[in-house]
Design a protein around this ligand. Structure first.
Ligand code: 13P
Length: 268
């Protein structure tokens, strides 16, 4: 089964509305229409609406970085999935920064995944171990717990659409000091990606396991993108820091296009 490559720029809590609009403008100038690659931008909640008007829908889709699982009610300060359903295609759920700084636990993340799907928004579910868990060789246990809880309420056909992002917390750089940062090697990523597909196959069968897209996030940039994207089973990337720089982000899309061109050549 051919899975469409997907590159998701997580802008995190950077850029005001004007700056977001400017970055989109630059990306639009630098990125052409790619039929085989989905390019997704995840700006702040505040910038989603204005960018949804500005965006060239042939090139880009939008993702929320977060939303609340109840559709409406007395939840001061929150924005629900139902409020953004007409604006975004995707929502990042379970990012390690939300788990860490906002105490998002497994049941809340499970409820958010269900809420996104209920509102026709595709979850980009982030899973990944911390540095201490990695050092204690607990990667598989952590991934297993995070993944199985998050998808426990879903039916098989709902899994097909899902995007799972493997983001080892220890490899996240936030764009700072790329050169000296510890990065996950493509073969390490491949091992975890295979494990994730095994879990999905066990729970939902081989078809779902083949359909689900699994991407990698953690210090990805224009220079290393190709090495991850040619890795067996890796369907895309979730850059943070590099997505704030239009040349870096465009470089990642160009790397994805090279990988797609290679795959096309090999298929002939
Ligand atoms: P960096 O690409 O800055 O390491 O961030 C990764 C990330 O957390 C994306 O969600």
């Amino acid at each position: 089964m051919k899975r469409k490559k997907i590159i998701v720029g997580n802008w995190k809590m950077h850029l005001n509305v004007h700056e977001s609009s400017l970055l989109l403008h630059r990306l639009n100038q630098n990125i052409k229409v790619h039929r085989n690659i989905e390019v997704v931008l995840a700006p702040s909640m505040l910038a989603l609406q204005p960018l949804s008007v500005q965006i060239d829908r042939r090139k880009f889709r939008l993702a929320a970085q977060n939303a609340y699982f109840v559709d409406e009610g007395a939840f001061t300060g929150e924005v629900s999935f139902s409020m953004i359903r007409d604006i975004v295609h995707y929502a990042i759920i379970g990012h390690s920064e939300r788990r860490l700084y906002f105490n998002e636990g497994l049941p809340l993340i499970r409820d958010k995944v269900a809420a996104a799907i209920r509102n026709d928004i595709v979850p980009i579910l982030c899973v990944g171990e911390t540095k201490s868990e990695y050092e204690a060789h607990e990667t598989k246990r952590v991934i297993h717990d995070q993944l199985t809880t998050a998808i426990s309420n879903l039916a098989s056909r709902e899994i097909d659409n899902l995007v799972i992002a493997y983001e080892p917390v220890w490899a996240i750089s936030n764009g700072i000091n790329f050169a000296n940062h510890v990065i996950a090697k493509p073969d390490q990523v491949a091992g975890v990606v295979t494990y994730i597909r095994e879990i999905i196959a066990e729970l939902y069968g081989d078809r779902a396991s083949e359909a689900v897209r699994i991407i990698y996030g953690g210090s990805s940039n224009a220079e290393n993108a190709y090495s991850y994207l040619v890795t067996e089973g890796v369907d895309g990337l979730l850059p943070g820091g590099a997505s704030l720089n239009y040349l870096e982000f465009s470089g990642i899309i160009a790397a994805a296009a090279r990988v797609e061109a290679l795959a096309l050549k090999e298929a002939k």
